[in-house]
Ligand binder design. Structure first.
Ligand code: XMP
Length: 325
């Protein structure tokens, strides 16, 4: 296992981040010269910081690939394009592979099978894009030190978007000795927007693990809308929880709607609000959410077609996991 050098000072402020950035730019230039580097850019803080560092070091010789698997949050692909292509002038390939993923996931119920399909197809799409690029010799990765400590260098224990092993590229891992808080200081110093630098964790399989059971496009779209509402409302609280989102389980319950003054019963989905606090994602508590915020979310969420009920998940971990699948 690679070890963080004992001499490495903890990066806690902009000055330390600046000297780290200068060192890494020199190291990247020395490693890759004028060759091309490929990076799977998810828009998460780690890959975004690696992208920003490499753009500074090698500019257009970094090829970023952003794969939209159809399970991203509302506005996410647009944000990646805006920040990296429009603002940072990155060489960014955007692949909308939504149909490929959703077709493969059709009727698949088992959570681990869903994860495997998403992870496997991600690698396929990424490898196809890599094959279209000429002269790539390096692969950049947002590996951070906890990934090395926890899982022998494999990015996150069940992350999607890991290294396609069959692609025989030399690795560029400029933030591999950083802890998450240090990555954020470096990201901020590199000028990345706060919503990227302080982004809450988002699982690789995305909304796929929150649209439980077999994913249908209508339930997934309802979830994407509801998630945007939950993020907006809870994001307004003076202290935001560590992670907050919603899930729409594959179950229905009775609702009532009035047509010409006459009540009609129908079956609809329940949207589950989840907000948790933790330091390590292993033990999790549930913070209080003001009732006014819950009601504000409820009133907006029930307007989404197909949803007729809103629940608040107050389960701690253990015994419940954070995600619903
Ligand atoms: P659980 O649900 O296991 O989640 O309590 C712990 C943390 O891990 C995230 N998570 C995932 N991250 N791929 C990921 O990259 C996954 O398949 C996955 N499943 C859970 C979850 O969002 C939480 O932060």
């Amino acid at each position: 296992m690679e070890k963080r050098p004992d001499s490495m000072e903890r990066i806690t402020n902009e000055a330390l981040a600046k000297s780290f950035i200068d060192e890494q730019i020199a190291a990247i230039k020395a490693q890759v010269g004028n060759k091309k580097v490929l990076l799977a850019l998810s828009g998460g803080v780690d890959s975004s910081v690696v992208a920003a560092l490499l753009i500074k070091a090698i500019g257009q010789n970094l090829v970023c690939v952003h794969v939209n698997h159809g399970l991203l949050r509302k506005g996410e692909p647009e944000e990646v394009i805006e920040v990296f292509r429009n603002q940072m002038n990155a060489n960014l390939v955007y692949v909308d592979a939504t149909d490929r993923f959703l077709n493969l996931l059709k009727d698949v119920v088992e959570p681990e099978k869903k994860r495997k399909i998403i992870g496997g197809e991600f690698i396929n799409v990424f490898a196809e894009e890599a094959a279209k690029q000429e002269g790539i010799e390096f692969l950049a990765q947002g590996t951070i030190y906890p990934d090395i400590l926890e899982s022998d260098g494999v990015k996150a224990h069940h992350n999607v978007g890991g290294l396609p092993e069959e692609l025989n590229f030399e690795l560029v891992e400029p933030i591999k000795f950083l802890y998450k808080d240090e990555v954020r200081v470096v990201g901020k110093t590199l000028g990345l927007p706060d919503h990227m630098v302080y982004r809450q964790p988002f699982p690789g399989p995305g909304l796929g693990v929150r649209c439980t059971g077999a994913i249908t496009r209508d339930r997934l779209e309802a979830l994407r809308e509801a998630d945007a509402i939950v993020r907006e409302e809870i994001g307004k609280l003076p202290q935001t929880p560590w992670q907050y989102f919603c899930a729409i389980p594959d179950m229905q319950s009775t609702g009532i709607k009035y047509v010409n003054g006459k009540g009609e019963r129908y079956m609809g989905w329940a949207c589950v609000i989840r907000a948790v606090n933790t330091t390590d994602a292993v033990k999790v508590t549930v913070p209080e959410i003001p009732f006014t915020s819950l009601c504000a979310m409820r009133d907006k969420i029930v307007q989404i077609p197909g949803i007729n009920r809103v629940l608040w998940d107050i389960s701690e971990k253990p015994v419940a996991t954070i995600e619903w699948e």
